[in-house]
Design a protein around this ligand. Structure first.
Ligand SMILES: NC(=O)c1ccc[n+]([C@@H]2O[C@H](COP(=O)([O-])OP(=O)(O)OC[C@H]3O[C@@H](n4cnc5c(N)ncnc54)[C@H](OP(=O)(O)O)[C@@H]3O)[C@@H](O)[C@H]2O)c1
Length: 249
């Protein structure tokens, strides 16, 4: 099929494009600069070049996002622009890459992702909302950023089920090959770990000598993470690669 991957230059997009190509699809990977093989330009924040990028797509995996910038402009309004740019007569399936817990964790970026899901559900397009847990590489980045010299402070009792990005890409390629559900499917990692578990494993592998300190964090957001707000539900599909295996690689 003629496939468009938005966010093709991102962590997930870079893992997903080769999987879709290996399955025999003609893949265009969209980003603002259109770099890389099969790269096309398209800016969700402005709509620039979007019609050319999206026009002929039969299958879309929509993975572009701007968590550190303006997700309401890129993820929400940008998803609306993408919907308008697509050819309804050609499109067979749009898979939206979302995050487990966007419907229940009171965090601004998650609210934007949830709003983008609603845009797609209201669009009348054949969509599937694929909610995935945190990537192992994302956990690494968070922990590296949180470190303060020899101390690594982490919120006490936060729970997560991080997942390997390559397994998430395989899952998405498989979902893309199924008919649209018009609903949510979930994918998470094999084990539930606390932030302190993750931090100790990361420190041992990457920064020996760093001391992990778990600190109670007040507030609704922290309570949601403690109470399993980002853990996949019982019907979720699960990856096999553990965070420890990721760290050993
Ligand atoms: N990271 C995680 O742990 C995690 C977990 C679950 C789900 N997700 C979801 O998975 C998706 C991919 O995440 P990721 O970590 O791979 O993201 P990422 O590495 O930050 O990549 C973001 C992608 O979005 C593109 N983008 C940003 N602004 C854009 C704009 N205005 N117009 C067009 N494209 C734009 C970027 O392209 P350029 O900057 O090159 O233009 C890049 O390709 C996101 O929807 C995210 O919410 C992530």
């Amino acid at each position: 099929m003629d496939v468009l991957v938005t966010g093709g230059t991102g962590q997930l997009g870079r893992a997903l494009v080769p999987v879709l190509q290996a399955a025999g699809h003609q893949v265009r990977q969209m980003s603002r600069r259109g770099t890389g093989p099969g790269g096309v330009r398209g800016d969700l924040a402005t709509g620039r070049d979007l019609a050319e990028a999206a026009g002929g797509a039969e299958l879309v995996v929509h993975a572009a996002s701007d968590p550190r910038g303006d997700p309401w402009q890129v993820d929400v309004a940008g998803t609306r622009r993408l919907v308008q740019a697509l050819d309804r007569a050609r499109l067979q399936h749009l898979v939206y890459v979302s995050i487990v817990g966007v419907d229940r964790v009171p965090y601004g970026y998650y609210r934007a992702k949830f709003a983008a899901e609603q845009v797609l559900l209201a669009s009348g397009l054949p969509v599937t909302l694929a909610r995935i847990t945190q990537f192992h590489t994302f956990v690494d980045e968070m922990l590296a950023t949180a470190r303060r010299g020899p101390v690594l402070p982490v919120p006490m009792s936060w729970q997560a089920a991080p997942v390997d990005v390559a397994e998430a890409a395989d899952f998405l390629a498989e979902v893309a090959g199924r008919p649209a559900t018009g609903d949510v499917v979930e994918f998470g990692g094999p084990e539930v770990l606390t932030a302190a578990d993750l931090a100790r494993a990361w420190a041992a592998a990457r920064e020996p000598g760093v001391h992990v300190v778990a600190t109670p964090l007040p507030g609704r957001l922290s309570a949601a993470f403690r109470e399993g707000g980002v853990l996949p539900g019982p019907r979720a599909e699960r990856g096999r690669r553990t965070y420890a295996e990721h760290l050993r690689a």
